[in-house]
Write a protein that binds this ligand. Structure first.
Ligand SMILES: [Cu+2]
Length: 587
């Protein structure tokens, strides 16, 4: 197989903008989950997909803050899952990793996935909603059924997204197409006179996809979710932007606002804009993140804009100095699986087969004639939050969660990833995770490993808490907390020791030295674009991340989980229940 020849021509299809539903008054909408036909590329046959209102991505709901929207989600999905899910018995063929290759090759379709018939549940990621409208993973809607959810939208302006959340099969339902954008707008954003709506504000929903091949080797358009024995996540070779593989975007010589979301199952993107083969990220300014505006505009990190699954960035790109005819190309420069290691942006545009990145292309900008002028962002953006100071943290309850990979005891079975909730251990408890931090040593026993284990986290309304995420694995996990944004307090290196046999079904034995440098090439520090309000945070290998959570609006049962969908489906998800203080004594 010749990977240097692209199986599809890059940058030939124009960028599509999903249909918009702009809402200015309290409204009831109907959105149909439908089987539809979708064309991902001019030169590939159309694909069967599952999509909201038949569009991939679904319609973008744009709503002013405080305008409540009721959505009747109607499930009209028909037929079986429009994705062939396969598992290969080998990692590489002729030295090329199977995940880099289009087509199923020798891999075998999974009959259980082939029987999936369209159960769905919709979650609005980033929304502050009643628990009953949060898309609890087990509250399913079968084809022919519907649910009515209420979204108050009483929260700061931000890019949210709605997507499927079915227990155990979220990875397939998203791969099939069930995702769409939801934008909340508010007065503060309008005071800043930021571009609003096309042509100067455009969403970019990124996702990697693979397709099956016809006997002649050409792509036949059938979606393919492929895993192999060494890599439990699905990493696909083609980058799709708003439903189009490697689109081209015509831009006038002015400032554009792009609302970027990584909606991939597992792939982390490190985006590098290039001009004539050189990195050109200086023309990008980031103004917002998952939870909306940052306090001040920031430059991108030196290596590029890193977005793991579910992370968002609100960026301004200034094309005003460019001649008509100039081309700029956006590449992905992140290896998969991703562990947080630094990558030199000058390598952007090169394939990396070991890093499961055969085609680094994302999209290309063409500068055309039109309005010329640049728009600098104001120096002050958000004024409604500040970074926590030490006094804010005094007396905060701290909860600890270990991210753990447990190898299967059965030959040939993939590992299980779990989020292990920890509690302070008694002297007699064994095994424990020992946390060593400066001159302090604490011991923690494991109190939950699987989703079905008993609920341990009952955060109290209005009381801030520190959640400590301890990564005992060798990969990055983007951890998402439902219902309210949090602030990331710190990202620190950690030397992790897990003795042989230290990880069992119910117990965890490890020593974690927080703050001890590890020679791993990973910059264990917070980037400037992580100092805003986040709902998903990357926890890299050899790392401990502390976040400050506070639930201020709704009591009820919610979830937190890894947003690598193959991990979420294989048990990196746990419930928590927000409680009013006055009810705690009755528990
Ligand atoms: Cu994960």
């Amino acid at each position: 197989m010749n990977l240097s020849a692209r199986p599809l021509a890059p940058f030939v299809d124009p960028l599509r903008v999903p249909p918009r539903r702009v809402i200015k008054t309290p409204t009831r909408l109907t959105v149909r989950l439908e089987t539809a036909i979708h064309r991902f590329h001019r030169d590939m046959p159309p694909s069967r997909v599952w999509a909201y209102d038949g569009h991939l991505p679904g319609p973008t709901i744009e709503v002013d803050r405080g305008m409540a929207v009721e959505v009747r989600w109607e499930n009209h999905l028909s037929g079986r899952l429009p994705v062939i899910a396969t598992r290969s018995s080998t990692h590489a063929v002729d030295g090329i990793p199977v995940q880099c290759m289009p087509g199923r090759g020798d891999s075998v379709p999974d009959p259980s996935a082939a029987a999936i018939s369209g159960y769905a549940v919709v979650h609005l990621h980033g929304a502050v909603t009643q628990a009953t409208s949060d898309g609890w993973t087990e509250n399913l809607m079968a084809p022919g059924q519907q649910t009515l959810d209420t979204y108050p939208n009483d929260q700061r302006a931000a890019l949210l997204w709605y997507h499927d959340h079915v227990m155990g099969i979220t990875r397939y339902d998203l791969n099939a197409g069930l995702a769409g954008l939801w934008i909340i707008r508010d007065d503060r954003e309008r005071e800043l006179e930021l571009p609003e709506g096309p042509p100067y504000e455009l969403p970019l929903l990124l996702a990697d996809r693979n397709f099956d091949t016809a006997p002649d080797g050409s792509l036949n358009g059938v979606l393919l979710h492929k895993i192999d024995p060494d890599v439990m996540e699905c990493f696909s070779p083609f980058t799709v932007v708003n439903g189009v593989i490697w689109p081209r975007v015509e831009v006038e010589p002015t400032t554009y606002r792009f609302r970027v979301l990584n909606a991939s199952n597992a792939r982390t993107y490190r985006l590098v804009l290039t001009r004539e083969g050189r990195p050109n990220n200086e023309r990008i300014t980031q103004i917002g993140t998952d939870g909306g505006l940052l306090a001040a505009p920031v430059h991108l990190p030196a290596q590029g804009l890193v977005l793991a699954s579910a992370e968002r960035a609100d960026i301004l790109v200034d094309f005003s100095d460019l001649d008509v005819g100039t081309e700029l190309t956006l590449f992905n420069n992140a290896a998969a699986p991703f562990d947080g290691a630094f990558a030199d942006p000058s390598t952007a545009g090169t394939a990396n087969l070991d890093g499961l990145l055969p085609y680094p292309e994302v999209l290309r900008f063409h500068v055309i004639d039109g309005h010329r002028g640049s728009r600098r962002p104001p120096a002050v953006l958000a004024t409604d939050f500040r970074r926590p100071i030490p006094e804010d943290l005094t007396g905060c309850m701290m909860r600890a969660i270990a991210l753990v990979e447990q190898e299967s005891s059965h030959e040939g079975e993939t590992s299980t990833l779990t989020m292990r909730e920890l509690a302070k251990a008694a002297p007699s408890d064994n095994p424990v995770i020992t946390l060593v931090e400066a001159d302090q040593t604490t011991r923690w026993r494991t109190v939950a490993t699987r989703f079905e284990d008993k609920t341990n986290f009952f955060p109290i309304l209005h009381q801030p808490e520190i959640w400590r995420l301890i990564n005992l694995t060798q990969d990055t996990h983007p951890i998402h907390v439902h219902v309210e944004s949090f602030q990331v307090l710190s990202r620190r290196p950690a030397a992790v020791e897990t003795p042989e046999g230290g990880i069992t079904d119910s117990g965890t034995r490890a020593t974690v030295r927080i703050g001890q440098e590890v020679q791993d090439g990973i910059p264990h520090a917070l980037d400037a674009n992580e100092l805003g309000l986040k709902d998903t945070v990357r926890v890299n290998a050899n790392e401990v991340v502390d976040i400050l959570v506070r639930f201020d609006t709704f009591a009820g049962r919610y979830m937190y989980h890894c947003h690598i969908l193959e991990h979420e489906d294989h048990d990196m998800m746990r419930p928590f229940v927000v409680m009013p203080a006055e009810l705690m004594s009755f528990m």
